[in-house]
Design a binder for this molecule. Sequence first.
Ligand code: SAM
Length: 287
Amino acid sequence: MTERTDHADERAIADNYGRPDLERTILDAYENAGMDTTRLTRDDTAALDEFHIQGRDATRALADLAELRPGDRVLDVGSGIGGPARTLAAEFDCRVTGIDLVEEYCRVAETLTERLGLEDRVSVRRGNAVDLPFDDGAFDVVWLQHVSMNVAEKGRLADELHRVLRPGGRLAVHEVCAGPGGSPQFPVPWADDPSISFLTTAEELSRLLADAGFEELEWVDATDDSLEWFRSRLEAMAARPADAPPPLGLNLLMGPETPTKMQNVVRNLEDERIAVVRGVVEKSAQR
Ligand SMILES: C[S@@+](CC[C@H](N)C(=O)[O-])C[C@H]1O[C@@H](n2cnc3c(N)ncnc32)[C@H](O)[C@@H]1O
């Protein structure tokens, strides 16, 4: 296996997502809005902690598609600040381990998980998706939601996702892919420029997963739904009064360029420069 867990990429990805004092920024924003941060609810954090298209609804839809069961051991690869992991724990009664490249995200994930009282069911550690620090067959379900865009070594990623699943386990995928319309416009939420954006087509992603040993159960093009959702989000942003306090949403993660990043995603979807796929694949039950 070629060794290219590129530390330059790791740093650049951490720079894209990490913000100095992110935890303090989030807690201050909640406190300034009059919320008691010692008694947060999952509804309080919903607009912020699911860092993907269609938010918590998409997590629920993917969990249904993957037929998650109570007690499933789930690995959330690229777990961000932990929203999907907490949804799978709180609503689907799963035991979730998150792993993410960005130290600050892991710290925020731990804090929010603790404040939401889910630390008995959700844990998070820092690490790289292409070099997972887990035993073979350790999980019933592996979860990959809006992560592969930053991973250059997709074959190695697919092999790792396959390795850590038990025989008969499922991989749930919700990913942004390349479309036929050419290179995307930057900045976008996952990259300020092309240097850390490694998009592949949905067909290529499907082939890479098959090559790693997965059998496809579901593979759905979610591009049109995604565009509709993004347009409604942009309309809601435009309708906010100019003197309204800043929203307690993904803008806290994406920073001042949030409107440009969102507009670029809409333009990229409209121009078919990007596509969105939702799928479930299974590791053969044969040992
Ligand atoms: C757009 S966010 C999605 C976060 C989360 N999956 C969610 O849906 O809320 C992408 C995440 O993938 C993480 N990531 C990117 N490349 C990674 C890698 N090679 N290993 C682990 N995490 C990675 C980033 O740090 C970031 O937290």
